[in-house]
Design a protein around this ligand. Structure first.
Ligand code: FES
Length: 284
């Protein structure tokens, strides 16, 4: 059976296209292959309309000499691209394992009730879109809520309610760390790769929070090595400090097996292990 050819999506109005084309060309020029610019271009069209529309996809396809099917396949794969109109503030509650057990599930349930919306739905005033999100690598501050990808750490149902109320009322809201807040469309333009001109943004994003950079300091040898606590037993070999990079770990240390090995000796079952037990011989 012959299919009916799909109608092409409408183009942007001339004035919008005139504005977006130079931005798109600037983005494309950053890459050796133009098709590599698809992800930032999708952010660019998202910054125009608040979500990726068929018109936006057509624009990306034309600028990159791709088919709209190719653009659509990418736009529908990544959850950062919205496929329907969004609120000014995308409020994401992390319900991944650690945040969930630390209270993320309770926050999400509470906000659904408080805002009168479900997952991926927008409040009637068009201000807040609520969604549950996966781990954003901020587990050290669980439970975490993100607004337009800025962090609000160590939240409770009460603090999260206050947060969405302030956003809807237009009151100033400051993330726990990171850059100052802006709207979803403004965030999309920054993600497209254009300079973040918010006052204080550069300073705010120049480093991570203390718990996040503790491991980095340790790896660089800038912080004393940690010690394992033994609440139920006497101190033993495990109380030795963790080795600094380049130092050999004492074999009695419980984490010595985690250190990178230069050979396959780290895996007794490996075919390539020179001391692999003979078949039928149990390894200890
Ligand atoms: S589980 Fe929530 S940030 Fe990792």
């Amino acid at each position: 059976m012959l299919g009916i050819p799909a109608m092409p999506a409408p183009d942007y109005p001339a004035d919008v296209r005139e504005r977006l084309e130079p931005d798109a060309r600037e983005i494309i020029a950053r890459y050796p292959n133009s098709r590599s610019a698809l992800l930032p271009l999708l952010h660019l069209v998202q910054s125009e309309e608040g979500h990726v529309t068929p018109t936006g996809q057509r624009f990306c396809a034309e600028m990159l000499d791709l088919t709209t099917a190719e653009v659509n396949a990418v736009a529908t794969f990544y959850s950062m691209y919205r496929r329907k109109p969004s609120g000014d503030y995308q409020v994401g509650v992390c319900t991944n394992t650690l945040c969930a057990v630390m209270g993320g599930d309770a926050i999400f349930d509470d906000l659904k009730q408080h805002l009168g919306v479900g997952n991926n739905e927008t409040t009637e005033d068009g201000k807040v879109t609520l969604e549950h999100i996966e781990c954003n690598a901020a587990c050290d501050y669980a439970p975490v809520v993100m607004v337009n990808w800025e962090f609000f750490d160590n939240q409770t149902p009460e603090s999260a309610r206050r947060l969405v109320d302030d956003l809807r009322a237009g009151r100033e809201v400051l993330p726990t760390r990171g850059a100052p807040m802006c709207t979803f469309k403004e965030t999309a333009r920054i993600l497209a790769g254009f300079p973040d001109q918010r006052p204080g943004a550069v300073e705010a994003t120049g480093g991570g929070g203390e718990p996040s950079i503790a491991g980095l300091r340790l790896a660089r040898g800038e912080a004393p090595a940690g010690r394992l606590a033994h609440p139920r037993g006497p101190a033993g070999p495990a109380d030795q400090p963790m080795p600094l990079p380049g130092e050999e770990a004492p074999q009695s240390h419980p984490s010595s097996h985690d250190l990178p090995q230069s050979t396959s000796a780290s895996d007794p079952a490996s075919e390539a292990n020179p001391v692999r037990p003979e078949s039928g011989e149990e390894s200890e």
